[in-house]
Design a binder for this molecule. Sequence first.
Ligand code: SAH
Length: 232
Amino acid sequence: MKFDIITIFPEVLKEYFDSSILGRARKSGAIKIRFHDLRKYATGKHKKVDDRPFGGGPGMVLKIEPIAKSISKIKSKISRPHRQRSVAGAANLENSKIIIFSPSGKQFTQKMARDWAKKYDNIIMICGRYEGVDARVKKIFSAEEISIGPYVLTGGELPAAVVADAVSRQIPGVLGKEESLEEERGLSGFPIYTRPEIFEFKGKKYSISKILKSGDHKKINTWRSARSKKLF
Ligand code: SAH
């Protein structure tokens, strides 16, 4: 799975995707994440990426030209990975999805993360800023508007990170042996503990259930299922 993130702040997400499980997955090649600096595609005398909205109103709008240029470049890389147009290469575009982040878009869910991981090879994400993205981008590139939740953020970078993270976890080879998918494990949300067995805080002792130290896996499973919560 390859993620292409189009943003005017490419540096803000890099560290996150270089760390921990996702950093490891990038190194192993299980996932690829590329950041595209929208400012590099700015055109015109003033190299502007944003402009005032037609019809008036507060805030700026991300211009269509730099976004269109950036998408075209990404798409040409997808369909000609080795600078060679082949039938197999062209088919890759069909397995691509383009997302525009918007608080009024379709709510992103775990099911979407799972489905997209199976269905697509490339996910291109456009991070809005200010008042959002020129609406023609959605139409021309058949992009889907996605929201990560019912609240308004200052930009689409965190939503892009949320989607890339949730989808990546579903890609085989991304989670190690010890971290497995909740939905396959069946149990989720039960309390978990690690050492020390007894923790003392302000004169009070906090211990763990003896069952968890019993080594009896049947009993442990029963204990855990009784405390499990439905994931969604
Ligand atoms: N005034 C705009 C909101 C702009 S928020 C409106 O009413 O739609 C600025 C940008 O942040 C958006 O373009 C979008 O890319 C991103 N954003 C903010 N909240 C988001 C959310 N809940 N889900 C996904 N993207 C969001």
